[in-house]
Ligand binder design. Structure first.
Ligand SMILES: Nc1ncnc2c1ncn2[C@@H]1O[C@H](COP(=O)(O)OP(=O)(O)O)[C@@H](O)[C@H]1O
Ligand SMILES: [Mg+2]
Length: 141
């Protein structure tokens, strides 16, 4: 398990970048934490760490955003997904392969269907600019 406290969005991105550098194809990263906790900000850092060049934006309306590089990052927003049928139609299971990293916002909604090896990142709002970060799962954190 890894723990950190960050005091600005920039610090979260820097921390997430180091996490992103340790990710491998096939990884599923599931965020736990509500609105404004920093899930999209953290994903921005993960993308930098994965060597992806494009700017990460929130997949609120698109459901999933795709960023291609050496690995492909699929960035999901599961806010409106509540059944396995709905999850299936998002392509979630089809995108799981050794050349892809899947990152999930609002993973609480699909917790029953996440793989056993899922890496969980819990984000807590401690203060306006302060976030508590906890990473669990996987053998690297
Ligand atoms: N330490 C911090 N880490 C991440 N975001 C922070 C931090 N402090 C303040 N913020 C702000 O919190 C908000 C997080 O938004 P966002 O990443 O979109 O959250 P979420 O995707 O969880 O809804 C941004 O406005 C960001 O500037
Ligand atoms: Mg978000």
């Amino acid at each position: 398990m890894s723990k950190a406290i960050t005091c600005s969005p920039e610090e979260t991105i820097e921390y997430a970048k180091a996490v992103g550098q340790r990710l491998r194809g096939g990884d599923v990263v599931a965020f736990i934490g509500g609105l404004g906790a920093g899930k999209t900000t953290f994903t921005r850092g993960l993308a930098v760490g994965l060597g992806l060049e494009d700017d990460v934006s929130s997949p609120t309306f698109s459901l999933v955003n795709e960023y291609r590089g050496k690995l492909t990052l699929y960035h999901f927003d599961m806010y409106r997904i509540t059944s396995s049928d709905e999850l299936e139609t998002t392509g979630f299971f089809d995108y799981m392969n050794n050349e892809s990293v899947i990152v999930v916002e609002w993973s609480e909604n699909i917790s029953d269907w996440l793989p056993d090896e899922t890496i969980f990142i819990t984000l807590k709002i401690l203060d306006e600019n302060t976030r508590g970060i906890e990473i669990q799962g996987g053998d690297r954190f």
